[in-house]
Design a protein around this ligand. Structure first.
Ligand code: AMP
Length: 146
């Protein structure tokens, strides 16, 4: 039977995130594995608004990154893991951001929710499906109630 040593919890920081996180935490505890966190900020092409940038007091994505880091830290603390590795990165694709982080950390299990912010269009939302098909390790999609 597979013994997991390092679990990566990919979170959209949505209201259901802690529920998925508790599954990841429980699994990691059961295997005595490390648990790391990743949140991907999806890059949006805003080139049409660049002429306004000198007027902005601060790059909006800097504020978003700061807020995301704070939200991820709160989530890790809520799960009792304030010292866990917490990665916030910007990527053109959530899938790529999660898979790159998984490869970088050398995790052997990725935990995602069956759906998140993108709703219940499918049982496996776009991110869960994409991660499942692209990952080089096991993936657990935690089924969330509708
Ligand atoms: P979705 O495909 O958006 O319905 O999300 C399904 C699951 O993918 C969520 O429950 C999270 O576990 C994960 N996920 C979605 N968006 C992100 C994100 N921006 N960063 C990290 N994980 C995410």
């Amino acid at each position: 039977m597979q013994e997991y040593r390092h679990v990566l919890f990919a979170t959209d920081l949505s209201p259901k995130a802690a529920e998925v996180g508790r599954h990841a935490q429980g699994l990691a505890a059961r295997y005595g594995a490390r648990l790391s966190f990743v949140h991907v900020i999806e890059e949006v092409n805003v080139s049409a608004g660049y002429e306004l940038m000198p007027l902005l007091p601060e790059m909006p994505d800097e504020a978003l990154t700061r807020e995301s880091k704070a939200a991820l830290a709160r989530l890790a603390a809520e799960l009792g893991l304030p010292e866990a590795v917490q990665t916030v990165l910007t990527s053109v694709s959530t899938k790529a951001g999660i898979l790159d982080t998984a490869a970088e950390l050398g995790v052997d299990l990725i935990v995602v929710g069956s759906h998140g912010r993108h709703g219940l269009a499918l049982l496996l939302g776009s991110t869960a499906d994409a991660v499942l098909h692209g990952a080089r390790c096991d993936v657990l999609a935690v089924r969330l109630p509708d």
